[in-house]
Design a protein around this ligand. Structure first.
Ligand code: PLP
Length: 387
């Protein structure tokens, strides 16, 4: 009785590993988990206080569907100061998390017959949302360092291309698209008249590399880019569910119409917390970046010391994406045996459209990272000897 649309949604390949890891933990087993897609830090104190104050002041009613005007203004200021994009408040909308913003954006611009170019490896929800919007997923290879190039994008453009997904820094690879390529890809979008969803949720986690927002290049490309973001990763606010985006007025209107008949406004209290996140002190962000950078360097070095594993240096986000082909196992077998036999949970690359790799999140303490990598090394040595 279910709709074809819902029946087409693929069950998440990561879920079975995740569910198993959690079950083992519940049984008291000492599992090291590298699966988390969220910072291990707590939401900063000033943000939590802002939410408590909102409740006490009865800021608990509906807001405009696309978010409070004060929050839209704070988002416009952030876009202007950090991303160098000048969005008017009428070009901003707020949704229930970055994922919801991406959903609203894709459902607003895609329809049956359209093609959406999706670079590999990709965060799994992109593929599923494109399918829900009834468009065709056109996978696009990246280079040997998982960097998207204009040349690869150009090969995939047809007269049906409606959208390109750009996710830099990337989940799962950590790759950052070179600014020179972002400029060339922008020209392709303008010349061929397609939208670009620029998912910039990891924009702060670039460890010294430049983050370039495509919409900042010029007014022509700004009309075609939907700059999607969220407070989830930057402010350790994954559970608060506030995402935002900047786009042309037409796209924003479409997204808000859609939202008006689904979730309505995002939680008023969470919006007040997000307002404090964007306008309050930013020290916690700096501390988080510093901690992730130390872990990033350590995990990269340590992974490359393990026989059967090689890893390019992750440039951004908080993930390492090593090659495990030297183990002789496919990514699902690797992840599942590693969990069963060595109590370490990782995500198989197959879940991101890239066989031969696994994803490790380093949004976990240095101590856990050390313990987990020691176990992987020991387990892999034994497994290879047995084979
Ligand atoms: N985009 C990417 C690439 C992500 O990895 C995630 C979360 O994992 C999101 C968007 C959405 O995050 P949220 O919905 O918590 O804002």
């Amino acid at each position: 009785m279910l709709s074809q649309r819902v029946r087409n949604i693929a069950p998440s390949a990561t879920l079975s590993i995740d569910a198993k890891a959690k079950q083992l933990k519940k049984e008291g087993k000492d599992v090291v988990i590298f699966g988390a897609g969220e910072p291990d830090f707590n939401t900063p104190e000033n943000i939590k206080q802002a939410a408590k104050k909102a409740i006490d002041n009865n800021i608990t009613r509906y807001t405009p569907v696309g978010g409070m005007p004060e929050l839209k203004k704070a988002v416009a200021d952030k876009f202007s100061n950090f991303n160098k994009i000048n969005y008017d408040v009428s070009e901003i909308t707020i949704g229930c998390g970055g994922k919801h913003i991406l959903y609203n954006a894709m459902v607003s611009v895609l329809e049956k017959g359209d093609e959406a170019i999706l670079p590999v490896p990709y965060w799994v929800s992109f593929e599923e949302i494109i399918k829900i919007a009834e468009a065709k997923v056109v996978l696009c290879e990246t280079d040997e360092n998982f960097k998207l190039t204009a040349e690869k994008v150009e090969e995939k453009i047809t007269n049906k291309t409606k959208l390109l997904i750009l996710n830099s820094p990337n989940n799962p690879s950590g790759a950052i698209v070179e600014p020179s390529e972002i400029k060339k890809i922008a020209k392709l979008a303008v010349d061929n008249n397609f939208y670009v969803i620029s998912d910039e949720v990891y924009e702060y986690f670039t460890y010294g590399k430049e983050h370039l927002s495509m919409a900042s290049l010029d007014d022509e490309i700004k009309q075609l880019v939907i700059t999607c973001n969220s407070v989830s990763k930057t402010y350790a606010m994954t559970g608060w569910r506030i995402g935002y985006c900047g786009a042309s007025k037409e796209v924003i209107k479409g997204m808000e119409n859609l939202q008006s008949h689904s979730t309505s406004n995002p939680s008023n209290i969470a919006q007040m917390a997000a307002l404090e996140a964007l306008t309050g002190p930013q020290d916690s962000v700096k501390q988080m970046i510093k901690a992730f950078d130390e872990r990033r360097k350590f995990i990269h070095k340590r992974l490359n010391e393990i026989d059967g594993i090689s890893c390019i240096e992750p440039e951004g986000a908080f993930y390492a994406f090593p090659n495990i082909e030297g183990s002789g196992m496919d990514s699902m077998t690797f992840a599942s045996k590693l969990l069963d036999e060595a109590l370490v949970a990782v995500v198989p690359g197959a879940a991101f459209g890239k066989e031969g790799y696994i994803r490790l999140s380093y949004a976990t303490s240095m101590h856990e990272i050390e313990r987990g990598l020691d176990r992987i090394e020991k387990w892999l040595n034994q497994t290879t000897i047995k084979a």
